[in-house]
Design a protein around this ligand. Structure first.
Ligand code: PEP
Ligand code: MN
Length: 329
């Protein structure tokens, strides 16, 4: 941290700041310029609040130099991380991994039909929610445990791995035998008790960015999982809430290179929730891959117009086939 004192700050004020910083565990490097005294506070400490210093008398500006997360930081593993899902699907390597499937598992026939078609077109992981976090309590909430069984069976039949959303801690044990990767949804990105418990699980976690979360908050949530010992975290940009209302969310493509600089964790993009409209999914999927995304999470439904959730943003199987061909070009 660097503390810039105001012009004319008294020696007493400087000493108060120095004592406070030392009390926080920092070593102090002082530089007394013609106009400003600048204090460099150095130390391994990551848990501090710059406002505690900003409020002291005579302080002009406080700049944080190190990131508040350690394990999620690029410095921790400069070479990058490859997360293996199921029987050898590697996210973060050379391949762009596509995870596709319906928003919700509805019945065995639906999930089987979709699994067959996404697998035939190159998807490696089958997605589908059994427990659904819906904005309205009156909307379809998912079919629960039986959905997980259907999802697993469909995936096994078509040689796909499985990702599905976990909404609360008690669901972790119920899901362990059925999923290869736990999805933490945007609404739960800051459910710290859930994140802590996922830190103790021996399966990867797909962590979606919160609806109004900053990139730093996303990385701090990843840190919660990693601090528990589970380093297999894949980040997902799924759009954030802005003043724009034409699309459901505003897909932050720039988050891809930003995260790749800040963190070693793989980053995938969900253009389905990112735009909320199936006609916008293809262009944004291509943009994400062009920007360097390690994978895509795409909603596909055999009959989107009758889907029980997110039909408007789900691709028809033929659209998914076309997109996969375009992505290979
Ligand atoms: C989903 O993937 O279906 C979902 C609910 O996503 P999000 O948490 O990003 O809204
Ligand atoms: Mn959905």
């Amino acid at each position: 941290m660097v503390v810039v004192m105001q012009e004319g700050a008294t020696e007493d004020a400087v000493q108060v700041v120095i004592n406070r910083l030392m009390g926080m565990g920092f070593d102090i490097h002082r530089s007394t310029g013609a106009r400003h005294t600048v204090l460099g506070a150095v130390g391994a400490k990551v848990d501090f609040d710059t406002r505690d210093i900003e409020l002291l008398e005579g302080v002009e500006e406080v700049l944080r130099i190190t990131a508040p997360y350690k394990l999620a930081s690029r410095h921790f593993r400069p070479e990058g991380t490859i997360v293996t899902v199921g029987q050898g699907v590697a996210i973060g390597g050379d391949e762009v991994v596509v995870m596709a499937g319906p928003c919700s598992v509805e019945n065995a026939e639906q999930i089987n039909t979709i699994a067959a078609s996404v697998a035939a077109n190159g998807a490696r992981i089958l997605r589908g929610g059994a427990f659904k976090p819906r904005s309205s309590p009156y909307s379809f909430q998912g079919i629960g445990q039986v959905g997980l069984e259907m999802l697993r069976r469909a995936a096994d039949k078509h040689n796909l791995a499985v990702v599905s959303e976990v909404m609360e801690q008690t669901q972790i044990a119920k899901m362990l035998d059925y999923v290869d990767m736990f999805q933490v949804g945007a609404r739960n990105m800051q459910n710290y008790n859930l994140l802590r418990d996922l830190g103790k699980v021996a399966k990867p976690v797909l962590l979606k960015r919160g609806i109004s979360a900053t990139i730093e908050e996303l990385l701090l949530s990843a840190e919660y999982i990693m601090a528990g010992g589970n380093y297999n975290v894949v980040l997902c940009e799924r759009g954030i809430r802005t003043f724009e209302s034409y699309t459901r969310n505003t897909l932050d493509i720039s988050a891809i290179p930003v995260i790749q600089k800040l963190s070693h964790l793989p980053i995938v993009v969900d253009p389905s929730h990112g735009t909320g409209r199936r006609d916008k999914v293809g262009p944004m999927a291509r943009a994400a891959v062009a920007a360097g995304a390690d994978g895509l999470l795409i909603e596909v439904h055999n009959d989107p117009e009758k889907a029980l959730s997110d039909g408007a943003q789900s691709l028809f199987p033929e659209q998914f086939e076309k997109l996969m061909k375009e992505l290979r070009m």
